[in-house]
Design a protein around this ligand. Structure first.
Ligand SMILES: *Cc1c(COP(=O)(O)O)cnc(C)c1O
Length: 388
């Protein structure tokens, strides 16, 4: 964006920077007319034509393109090591666009504890639309090969998964997908690109609920699809974005960029605190099971150690005494807030099964915890009192 001949510094090197450095200056390309450090949100819905009818600056109408949305998309493509990104009004709009890029009759293989919204879209809207799907345990990539059909187009994975924090080996899944002629899509919402980048591991597509860690402050709904270099599906996804119109609005894109500037630092603190909280829960006599990939006895611990920079800020646990006791614990917290969603600065606890449409596979005694930025001692003592 910087104009030649100005007084600005030379542009930052692009290939060699650490992700934290790219994130710290997200949405700060610089404005040569004012020198402002932070780029403004371009809230305009339309752009002026020249007298000859041309659009020399390339922008025509707000649904088709917007500089703030574009800046968000370019940042996502860079930090996920993809070739391009397409931003949507929510995570589900992003997920739906990938599914809409398929044809009726196509088949999808989904991880067996996928985000309930993905499963629900596939079992209602997209089933009616002619897509078939099967769910498999992706802990073993062989299960993907066994579920393959000639019309299988996508293998859809989440690692860590929501809400059971299951880990799958993304390189192995990419190999399995390739061997059956399908693309691998990874929902990277729980890990974020700070902890895990699926595209260099072999994934074709990454999706995010931007609503969660990326924006990070519980005040933005958004979603994004990132694609690897050379993926022909990109054109179709871009066409769906512009034509169907579930676009990320410029103010949300601006807020998401603002939130992402602190993503590296936030994730580091959230991982460190989650580790402490997981250790506390794992040793508590009334907790029957703690799901956190950082625990040595988690079945995916070794793979997580290999493919993630740290184990994340999400964990789940099951209470002795079942659903009733889990609800009681949630009712007694005073620092942690009772709500769905995750990835914000405030810790959130949720009785997951009662918030998912039936039939759900989430254990009734399970509570999910999104660890925020509060001091770890306050979170542990809050849980300690709530657990009794
Ligand atoms: C929240 C979530 C989604 C859906 O995102 P929205 O922004 O709520 O539409 C998809 N995948 C995962 C893993 C999520 O946690």
């Amino acid at each position: 964006m910087r104009q030649a001949g100005g007084q600005s510094n030379p542009p930052m090197p692009t290939d060699t920077l650490n992700i934290d450095t790219i994130l710290a200056q997200a949405g700060c390309k610089g404005d040569p007319t004012t020198g402002s450090i932070v780029d403004p949100p371009y809230l305009t819905t339309t752009y002026e034509r020249d007298a000859d009818g041309s659009y020399p600056r390339g922008y025509v109408y707000g649904r088709s393109d917007n500089p703030t949305r574009r800046s968000f998309e370019e940042t996502l493509a860079r930090i996920e090591e993809g070739s391009d990104a397409v931003a949507f009004a929510s995570g589900m709009a992003a997920i739906s666009a990938v599914l809409q890029a398929l044809n009726p009759g196509d088949h999808v293989i989904l991880n067996d504890d996928a985000y309930h919204g993905t499963r629900s879209a596939l079992s209602t809207v997209f089933r009616d639309w002619g897509l078939a799907f099967d769910e498999v345990d992706m802990g073993d990539p062989e299960n993907v090969r066994s579920a393959a059909r000639p019309e299988t187009r996508l293998v859809w994975a989440e690692s860590p998964s929501n809400p059971l924090l299951k880990i799958s080996d993304l390189s192995a899944l990419a190999g399995a997908a390739r061997s059956i002629g399908a693309h691998l899509v990874v929902d990277n919402t729980f890990a974020t690109p700070v902890l895990q980048r699926p595209i260099p591991l072999g994934a074709d597509v990454v999706v995010h609920s931007v609503t969660k860690y990326l924006s990070g402050h519980t005040d933005v709904l958004g979603g994004v699809v990132v694609v690897r270099e050379g993926l022909e599906m990109l054109d179709r996804i871009r066409h769906i974005q512009i034509t169907c119109g579930a676009v990320m609005d410029p103010f949300s894109a601006w807020l998401a960029l603002r939130g992402m500037r602190s993503l590296g630092a936030r994730i580091r603190v959230q991982c460190a605190t989650a580790r402490q909280v997981a250790a506390f829960l794992n040793n508590h006599p009334r907790v029957t099971r703690t799901y956190y990939p950082g625990l040595f006895d988690h079945p995916g611990h070794r793979i997580a150690q290999h493919q993630m920079a740290d184990f994340g800020g999400m964990l789940s646990f099951e209470m002795e005494g079942g659903e009733e006791e889990a609800m009681q614990v949630a009712s007694r917290v005073r620092v942690i807030r009772r709500a769905t969603s995750l990835g914000g600065t405030e810790s959130l606890i949720e009785h997951r099964a009662s918030n998912e449409p039936a039939p759900t596979r989430t254990p009734p005694a399970l509570l999910r915890l999104s660890v925020g930025l509060e001091h770890e001692d306050d979170l542990v003592s809050d849980l300690s009192e709530a657990l009794g």
